[in-house]
Design a protein around this ligand. Structure first.
Ligand code: PXP
Length: 242
């Protein structure tokens, strides 16, 4: 079955913050992306608020028709904020202050206690919880133990290998992903995937079975800057078979 596409619009806010002005407006981008056929919108509310801010998330909650996925660190203040917004899903991610983008999966195994507390607290407000993890059995087991509904597998290593044209590494990463997707599904978790996916490397990920939703940001917004967001979203939907 074709996978759903959730478009991450953080970079629209990054452009806005380059001038600290009012445009471009992330909500406008979300509306156009949804009109082009994506199934949801993702934003990462960083603790330093470097792009998306609290007001953006509240506005998106009122305007996004499909699924709103809020990415955030598993910190108590972020959980409290999410409970005031009630997104459809929260994806818990690791966060470093100086990173350009999320650098790896959340080490759920090492942080099982705070991750479980965040999951329980979000569940008590009816919010689905996904954990962004590396495709490794110990992380899948820990995600299950923490009570998550979904895992989002980090596809960044696959994307890096693809960019280096390292074919054996590409095959290795794809087989790890497929193996852990099957393991997660057997463990009762649902599966999303994302990070580093673009118009060149998406095909092999789209061919994997068992992924419900793909989260894609940079490549779609980069193309949108040149050809418009509706066309950029439609072209990606076409590649993932929607
Ligand atoms: N999934 C997660 C958990 C992320 O943190 C990000 C980046 O914000 C993405 C997916 C999207 O990655 P990209 O911008 O490389 O498409």
């Amino acid at each position: 079955m074709a996978k759903n596409l959730c478009v991450n619009i953080d970079h629209i806010a990054t452009i806005r913050e380059a001038r600290k002005v009012r445009e471009p407006e992330p909500v406008a981008a979300a509306i156009l992306a949804e009109l082009a056929g994506c199934s949801g919108i993702t934003v990462h509310l960083r603790q330093d608020r470097r792009h998306i801010n609290d007001g953006d998330v509240h506005l998106l909650r009122h305007t996004v028709v499909g699924s709103l996925n809020l990415e955030m660190a598993p910190a108590a203040d972020m959980v409290q904020f999410a409970k005031t917004v009630l997104p459809n899903m929260v994806t818990l991610v690791p966060e470093g202050p100086n990173e350009l983008t999320t650098e790896g999966g959340l080490n759920v195994e090492a942080r099982i206690s705070d991750v479980s507390t965040a999951v329980q607290n979000l569940h008590s407000s009816g919010i689905l919880v996904s954990l962004f993890i590396e495709p490794k059995a110990e992380q899948v087991k820990a995600a299950r133990k923490a009570g998550a509904d979904y895992v989002e597998f980090h596809t960044g290593h696959y994307a890096d290998a693809f960019e280096r044209r390292d074919e054996s590494e590409v095959e290795l990463e794809l087989s790890k992903l497929q193996e852990q997707i099957s393991f997660a599904l057997k463990s009762g978790l649902k599966v999303n995937a994302g990070h580093g996916l673009n118009y060149r490397n998406i095909k092999r990920i789209a061919d994997l079975s068992g992924i419900e939703e793909l989260n894609i940001g940079h490549s779609i917004i980069a193309r949108a800057a040149l050809v418009g967001i509706e066309r950029a979203v439609r072209e990606m939907l076409c590649l993932i078979g929607k």
